[in-house]
Each structure stands twice: as structure tokens, then as C-alpha cells.
Design a protein. Structure first.
Lengths: 258, 337
């Protein structure tokens, strides 16, 4: 195992009487693509929200590049290069592509609390960045509401990687896409990997996991359930993990539950 | 990239270029057409310097209110309190002026009251988490109006210091005969409009206001402090309302406790006629000014043609409906494109 970029040790998270996560351990290395699977309510989203600074864990610690870190807000995580791509893309449809990419981090000249935005530079930066990622759009001035689902996902990924991202967390990156666009987005994930960016993909789709992940880990009822390097497992085994069964590699887990 | 932004900026009369042009300037064309029609019907009255100056002076207060309302509507909010804030500002500064408070301080009273009420509106929305700005500003609409009656005992106050009246009354003749000239109030509106345009288009906070109107969730996860931005938005609206109170007090040389009752609806109408979306995230400062002028010219045109005030209200109502319907059609066409 390469040195971990981000590591979570003994993470627990309680919401009142409900335990969302219990003693979860986790690590991801630079340039590694990790798939996280689990049934609804298994704790995937809670874990990702802890990693991206939206939630504070009740117990346990996060270690980034060997040093313990605490995130009070998503800004803290972003400062270390940890970015989240949301399932609904979280784009402002009424605004052009380039403004969405730099939303909240506009280039320009600071005057006290205000920044005079340099729109020309933002356009140029956006178009260069999209070129680097091999994302093609008609114009960076297009409003994102005029884009297809795949193009929106691409813009969301471009935003996540606009500022030297080290780790990109993607929540169901293909769930809202037309089938022909899924491949393009997954290829984008691979190209992030080639740039040395670590990627975490939460997905229900085995095709996504087996197309671009190096390793897959399963959560079950808020705990670590199983994990394996991709070549050492199979679709059916992973589906079994999601259902909370181990060792069924040839038949679906629920077939053996009677 | 096959189609670089550089080739996009070249203006083209075909396809999207033309429709974009119409989207931005179509509303200005409406104003020009209205003026042309009125000029054709009653050239000697409508085009007189006095009448044109009058239109501008009468609508300056509404223009300020509409500019403030526009910022709120961009966030998909609404500010019902602006009419009351205008009344409260007007009465408070008139009383202060009468009481002999130095005029530079009197000038600050209106905007200060506006900022204070705007802050309260913003806090109610973001800290008390009242479900919709309609409710919070409906509350402050009543509170501010009640305060206005309370401090004035319901009686108008007249006779202000000349310096306080200046911005509402002065105009620059440039050596032309008296009815002609540029009202100082128009200059104030122009300065506010340009300032607001710059703030909304060129500063990060202005862009964040549009982002909040487009998708509040996106704004929040982009690290924008949505609550703080919303408080600023309602303070801008309050500030403009206070300023319009100062303008109206100067023009009428009085503080009138009933001033501005229902004018918040005119301000909303002007913003909507000007092409801003009630659902947030869309609109232009130019459109808002055009919306104010469309309402002002319509009223003026009906007045000089001796149409009853009752018909005027009916027509304004129809114009609101038609303006929004045109917007619906345009958006549908844009989706098909």
C-alpha cells in the first residue's frame, strides 16, 4: 500500500440516539480510485460528508498526509484540496460555465470584503482548465441550464479540480446521466487518476465501480464490512457485500438468504 | 476547442446573437415605441420639456425602490416593507429637519432607517429562519407604518431645510429656459443604477447574489456565506427605500405619514415588467429602469389623453400580465432553440 493521502481512524457519528457510523476506518492513496458501496442508510453519505468537512465526526480522527486534521467547514477541506462533486451537480443554472467553475473563488482584485471579478481572466482560466481535462463545450459563456446532464457533470468535476485538488469525492456521479454520457464521465475519472488525483466514487452501479476503480470498500449498517482490490473480487461478491453477506461469489446473496 | 470564446464575442445578427440582443434590449425598444406613439398622438404636450422632466421627477422615487426590490427579487425573495420604510424615513427626517437638527445629519436619517429595517428583515429571514421573506417583510411593513403614525401622530409635517429639499427639487438648467433641465433626482437615480449594476455584475458578492437566486444549495456548497449575503441584500433594499423617502420629502417639501402606501407593489411590478424573474437569478438593471419608465409613461400618456385614473390601474394590471406572458413565451422559445 502506498502512503495514504487521507486516512480516517475509528470514525463514529451519532445523530441523537441514531448511530450512523461506528468505528469506521478508511484510507485512500494519491492517484487511487476507491469505490464505496453500500445499501441506502449504510453510512456512505455520512462518511463522505465527514471527509468533505460538512459534518464533524463524534469520535475518531482524520489524518491528511500523515498529519491529524480537523474540518470545521467545507472551506477547511477545500483548502487541503479535498473537493466534493454532488449528485445534483450543485450548479447555478442561470450562470455561465466559467462563473460556476470559480463560484466562491472568483479571480480578481480584492477591495476589503469585496473582490472586483476579472471576468476576462476567469473565462480564459476556465477554458484552459476545460482543455486540460479534454472537456469540450461550445463556449464557456453558455449557461449551465442549457447543458446536457453529462456536460453538467463535467462542469461540476471541472469546478472540483479547478484549484489543485488532491482528492475528489463523487456522490453517484452517473446516476443522473444518459447512458451514452456515462462513459465520458468515467473516462474523466480515469484522467484525474492519471494526474495523480485521488478519487472516491460512491455508486450503486457495478459497471461504474468495475470500469474505473482500483479498490472497492463496502459499508454495512454503519460499519466497515469488506474491502478488496478490484482484481481480487467480482461483481456478485460486491453485490453480496451490499446486502450484508460474504462468501457468495457465484450466486446472488439474496438467493441464499432463505 | 473548436469554438473559442473569442469568436463568440463578435456580434452577429443571426440566430442566438439576435435573440440575445432582444433579450437584453427588447425592453428598451418597448419604451421607445411607447414614446413614439405618444409623441405621434400628442406631440406638443408629451414632448414638451416640462412633461418629460415631470415623468422623470415623478418616477425617481419609484425607480430607487424598484432598484432595491430588484436585488431582493434576484435572490427569489420579496421585500414588502419598502413603501412603509419610505414613509417612515420621510416623516422621521421631516421631523428632524423641523426640530433643527443640522442638515447633514438629516440627510443621513432616511438611509439609516432603511439600513436598519433591512437588517431586521435579513435577520428575521436568516437567524429566526422565518419560512419566506413575504412573512418577515409583511411584519415590518406594518411595524414601520405603525411607527410612522406613532411619531407623527398621523399628521403631515411640512417646511424642510432647503439643503434637505435639494436632491428632490433641484435641477440643472444648463442655461435652457426653466421647465427644461436635468432634475438632481435623475442624477441620483443614475448614480444608484450604475453603482448597483457594477456591484451586481463586477463584484464577487453581486455574482453570489445571482448564484443564490439560481441555486441556493450550489451557492452554499461553493463556500458562499448565503445568510450574510441575504442580510446585505435586504439592507440594500432598505437603503434604497430610505433614499427614496429623502427624495420624496424633498420634492413635496413635507413628511407625509400616508406616503408610499402600496408603492411596494408598483416597485415589484416595475421589476417584473422589466424582465426579472420572480423565481430569482434573472434580470438586468437596465430592464428595471425600463420597467419603471413603461409604468410612468403609460400613466403619463393616459393622463395627457384624459383617460380616467381607474382605467389606468386596469391597464397597468394588464401590462403586468402581458409582460410576464411574453417572458414565458420567450423562455419556451429559448428551450426549443
Amino acid at each position: 500500500m502506498a502512503a495514504a493521502l487521507l486516512e480516517a481512524k475509528g470514525i463514529s457519528k451519532y445523530f441523537g440516539a441514531i448511530t450512523a457510523l461506528r468505528d469506521v476506518n478508511f484510507h485512500v492513496a494519491p492517484g487511487e480510485v476507491l469505490g464505496v458501496v453500500g445499501d441506502n442508510g449504510a453510512g456512505k453519505s455520512t462518511l463522505m460528508k465527514i471527509l468533505s468537512g460538512l459534518f464533524v465526526p463524534s469520535e475518531g480522527e482524520l489524518v491528511f498526509n500523515g498529519a491529524p486534521v480537523k474540518f470545521g467547514s467545507p472551506k477547511d477541506a477545500q483548502r487541503l484540496g479535498i473537493e466534493m462533486v454532488y449528485q445534483d451537480f450543485a450548479l447555478a443554472g442561470n450562470m455561465p460555465i466559467y462563473e460556476n467553475i470559480y463560484l466562491g473563488r472568483e479571480p480578481g482584485t480584492k477591495f476589503g470584503p469585496l473582490t472586483i471579478v476579472d471576468h476576462k481572466r476567469a473565462r480564459q482560466m476556465a477554458s484552459d482548465h476545460l482543455d486540460r481535462l479534454h472537456i469540450h463545450v461550445k463556449s464557456v459563456d453558455q449557461n449551465t441550464e442549457d447543458l446536457s446532464g453529462g456536460q453538467r457533470q463535467a462542469v461540476a468535476i471541472a469546478r472540483a479540480t479547478a484549484f489543485d485538488a488532491k482528492l475528489v469525492i463523487m456522490d453517484e456521479p452517473t446516476a443522473a446521466l444518459a447512458i451514452k454520457e456515462v462513459g465520458k464521465v468515467l473516462d474523466l475519472v480515469r484522467s484525474l487518476k492519471q494526474h495523480g488525483v485521488a478519487v472516491i466514487i460512491i455508486s450503486h452501479r457495478m459497471d461504474d465501480i468495475f470500469y474505473c476503480c482500483d479498490r472497492v470498500m463496502a459499508l454495512y449498517q454503519g460499519t466497515n464490512f469488506a474491502e478488496a482490490d478490484l482484481p481480487k473480487t467480482s461483481r456478485n461478491e460486491v453485490i453480496g457485500w451490499i446486502m450484508g453477506t460474504k462468501g457468495h461469489t457465484t450466486s446472488l446473496a439474496h438467493d441464499n438468504m432463505h | 476547442m473548436s469554438d473559442t470564446p473569442a469568436t463568440k464575442t463578435g456580434f452577429s445578427l443571426r440566430g442566438p446573437g439576435m435573440s440575445k440582443f432582444l433579450e437584453v434590449y427588447g425592453i428598451v425598444l418597448v419604451v421607445v415605441v411607447m414614446m413614439a406613439v405618444l409623441a405621434a398622438i400628442k406631440p406638443e404636450v408629451f414632448l414638451s420639456a416640462q412633461n418629460l422632466t415631470n415623468i422623470l421627477k415623478q418616477n425617481a422615487s419609484l425607480a430607487l425602490l424598484a432598484l432595491g426590490m430588484y436585488v431582493v427579487i434576484v435572490t427569489a425573495g420579496i421585500d414588502l416593507s419598502v413603501g412603509s420604510v419610505m414613509g417612515l424615513a420621510m416623516v422621521a427626517l421631516a421631523m428632524a429637519s423641523k426640530a433643527g437638527v443640522p442638515w447633514p445629519l438629516v440627510l443621513l436619517i432616511g438611509p439609516a432607517i432603511g439600513l436598519a429595517v433591512g437588517w431586521v428583515n435579513g435577520i428575521g429571514l436568516t437567524v429566526l429562519k422565518l419560512p419566506h421573506p413575504f412573512i418577515m417583510t409583511l411584519g415590518t411593513l406594518n411595524v414601520a407604518r405603525g411607527l410612522t403614525y406613532l411619531i407623527s401622530n398621523g399628521a403631515p409635517i411640512s417646511g424642510l431645510q432647503p439643503e434637505v429639499r435639494y436632491i428632490g427639487q433641484a435641477y440643472f438648467g444648463f442655461g435652457l429656459p426653466p421647465p427644461a433641465g436635468l432634475p438632481a433626482s435623475l442624477i441620483l437615480v443614475a448614480v444608484c443604477a450604475v453603482g448597483l449594476w457594477f456591484f451586481l455584475e463586477k463584484t464577487n458578492m453581486g455574482r453570489h447574489i445571482f448564484a443564490i437566486g439560481g441555486n441556493p444549495h450550489a451557492a452554499r456548497v461553493s463556500g458562499i456565506n448565503v445568510d450574510r449575503t441575504l442580510v446585505v441584500v435586504y439592507m440594500i433594499s432598505g437603503f434604497m427605500a430610505g433614499l427614496s423617502g429623502l427624495l420624496l420629502a424633498g420634492r413635496t417639501d413635507s413628511g407625509f405619514p400616508n406616503a408610499g402606501i402600496g408603492i411596494e407593489l408598483d416597485a415589484i411590478a416595475a421589476v417584473i415588467i422589466g424582465g426579472a424573474s420572480f423565481f430569482g437569478g434573472r434580470g438586468t438593471v437596465l430592464g428595471v429602469l425600463a420597467g419603471v419608465l413603461i409604468m410612468g409613461i403609460l400613466r403619463n400618456g393616459l393622463n395627457i389623453n384624459n383617460v380616467s385614473a381607474f382605467w389606468q390601474q386596469i391597464l397597468i394590471g394588464l401590462v403586468i400580465i402581458i409582460a410576464v406572458y411574453i417572458d414565458v413565451l420567450r423562455r419556451r422559445a429559448a428551450v426549443r432553440r
